[in-house]
Design a protein around this ligand. Structure first.
Ligand code: 5GP
Length: 210
């Protein structure tokens, strides 16, 4: 990806532990705001029921993923519960070239990598459940993972929430209020787009006499 492209816009990183309801909230956001697109990541984890290639993820073997890393085709990547997950440069480019806001739905390590790369152009948003009990209840309710997997995800979820102090925004997804949370997320995106850090470019283009 050309760095200049990435420099033009903001990159919204949305992190949220399993059970935060992040997927639902982002789904609602996509319905109410079409100026953004979520990059489809690559992963070595197996597809869950109902997931599709190129929609939820690009599913790769370990060897294929390691080839992507070697060829510098990922913007960031991490190992999560024993599987690789990473943002493809090609996906980020496809979205930013359309002039849309790039949204990355990635975990905390990936967020740190993007922050280091992009500085203030990376807006980091943590989305979580109201409390740890509710997080566990939601995690169990999904019913797609084994007990072992649930325990690992729960531990990892708590570790992730702990990292919230490194984020720019904290959104709480209250029970039954995913709509409200999506509105909050849109408010963040809107406010970030209106920031005066674009002022110099704006003046140059629109007030050339100054
Ligand atoms: P899941 O297996 O539940 O789909 O995803 C597990 C975790 O990996 C989630 O926290 C999700 O946000 C994160 N994730 C998904 N894609 C990427 C990616 O491209 N990079 C990073 N760093 N994390 C990702």
């Amino acid at each position: 990806m050309s760095v200049s492209k990435m420099e033009e816009g903001k990159v919204f990183v949305v992190s949220g532990p399993s059970g935060s309801g992040k997927g639902t909230v982002i789904g609602i956001l996509q319905e109410i705001y079409t100026g953004m697109e979520v990059a489809v990541s690559a992963t070595t984890r197996a597809p869950r029921e109902g997931e599709a290639e190129g929609v939820n993820y690009f599913y790769k073997t370990k060897a294929e993923f390691e080839e992507l890393i070697k060829n510098d085709e990922v913007l960031e990547y991490t190992i999560y519960n024993g599987n690789y997950y990473g943002t493809l440069k090609s996906e980020a480019e496809r979205i930013t070239e359309k002039g849309k806001d790039l949204v990355l739905e990635i975990e905390v390590n990936g967020c740190g990598q993007m922050k280091r790369k992009l500085g203030s152009r990376c807006v980091a948003i943590m989305l979580t459940a109201p409390d740890s009990k509710e997080l566990e209840r939601r995690l169990r309710g999904r019913g797609t993972e084994t007990e072992d997997e649930i325990q690992r995800r729960l531990r990892r979820a708590l570790d992730e929430v702990k990292e919230v102090t490194k984020y720019d925004y904290l959104l709480i997804n209250e029970n039954g209020k995913a709509d409200k949370c999506a509105e909050d997320l849109l408010a963040v995106i809107t406010a970030e787009r209106l920031k005066a850090d674009r002022a110099e470019e704006y003046l140059r283009e629109n007030y050339p006499e100054i």
